[in-house]
Write a protein that binds this ligand. Structure first.
Ligand code: NDP
Length: 325
């Protein structure tokens, strides 16, 4: 049997993690031969609630689950971590400005970045889910100079999956017929879901859909899907977010399918004119655990404007937390 891998998960008493932890323990991430140890981080006030989740994990008697560590100390949670799912983040409280939200989360993610730097496995792969995810990932990465910046990422996979699903249903094809959609930029309402390069079956997506539908309904539906779910369900999306987090990490490990790519927030290298260093969602292919930005895609004027808008938002988020970079 293989040596267990150490998987750190923050916000372990939250609703996304409630859907994520059981799948990690069941082997949905690394397969049926890979034992895991879950290293769960929560704030002190949520420790009791997290214990309840641990009791449920025990009650599943998962054969692959070789241990659960619970703590409110990031240095314990991230000790020798091979993978870190940073899901916990402070939600916007009443009367809180956007800047306050950025700052309070910047504090949390600078502490976590330092702890990852000091105690995690040198090749740890880090996924930030907690919002504002791109900027939280930037803070964590900048506070971890020992680690390769390319080991830090944030999640736009849920937006990517939403785009795949919406395009498939609009074209009346199964989701498996859809390839090469892209989410560019910030995981926020300025994100740019782009189907200019997407394929539906054997056709270019742009030949299968009406431009008007794409520029208005499609983009807005993907951008606003999270709010639409809150409105109907009364709570934010959790199972789909957990599924996307798992798929993001699984693709990072297993690689992308031939002829396809995924969307992933990673440090910009200047590709497509985006400021280097910003955490920006790009189309990437992955091989041997390393992601590569897809190069050479044509960007028309419409796309150029959309990219500029989401980049501008990311720069303003970064400037608001400059003190912690
Ligand atoms: P959720 O589990 O619903 O969400 C966790 C985070 O994921 C939020 O920041 C949320 O952003 C974000 N998120 C990113 N993408 C999505 C998406 N597509 N759909 C929904 N959420 C998304 O939050 P809970 O409040 O249930 O749980 C958070 C837990 O984190 C709490 O138990 C809290 O105690 C803990 N926490 C831990 C910290 C730590 O470990 N240091 C620090 C702060 C909190 P958004 O709010 O914008 O929806």
């Amino acid at each position: 049997m293989k040596t267990p891998v150490q998987i750190a998960v923050t916000g372990a008493a939250g609703q996304i993690t409630y859907a994520l932890l059981f799948r990690l323990a069941a082997g949905d991430f690394l397969g049926p031969d890979q034992p895991v140890v879950l290293r769960l981080l929560e704030v002190p006030a949520a420790m009791d609630s997290m214990q309840g989740v641990v009791m449920e994990l025990e009650d599943c008697a998962f054969p692959l689950l070789r241990g659960v560590v619970t703590t409110s100390d990031p240095r314990v949670a991230f000790e020798n971590a091979d993978y870190a799912f940073l899901v916990g983040a402070k939600p916007r409280g009443e009367g809180m400005e956007r800047k306050d939200l950025l700052e309070v989360n910047a504090q949390i993610f600078s502490v976590q970045g330092k702890a990852l730097n000091d105690v995690a496995h040198p090749d740890v792969k880090v996924l930030v889910v907690g919002n504002p995810a791109n900027t939280n990932a930037l803070i964590a990465q900048r506070n971890a100079p020992r680690l390769d910046p390319s080991n830090f990422s944030a999640m736009t996979r849920l937006d990517h999956n939403r785009s795949v699903s919406l395009l498939a249903s609009h074209c009346s094809v199964p989701v498996t017929d859809i390839r090469r959609v892209i989410i560019w930029g910030n995981h926020s309402s300025t994100q740019y879901p782009d189907i200019h390069h997407a394929i539906v079956g054997g056709d270019r997506a742009t030949s299968r859909v009406d431009r008007q539908w794409y520029e208005t309904l499609f983009i807005e539906t993907v951008q606003q899907r999270g709010s639409a779910i809150i409105k109907i369900r009364g709570k934010s999306s959790a199972a789909s977010a957990a599924n996307a987090a798992l798929e993001h990490m699984r693709t990072w490990v297993a690689g992308t399918a031939d002829g396809d790519w995924v969307s992933m927030v990673i440090p910009s290298d200047g590709s497509y004119g985006i400021e280097p260093g910003l955490m920006f969602s790009y189309p990437v292919t992955i091989e041997d655990g390393r992601h590569r930005i897809v190069q050479g895609l044509d960007i028309d004027d419409f796309s150029r404007r959309m990219l500029a808008a989401t980049e501008a938002e990311l720069k303003s988020e970064r400037d608001a937390v400059a003190a912690l970079l």
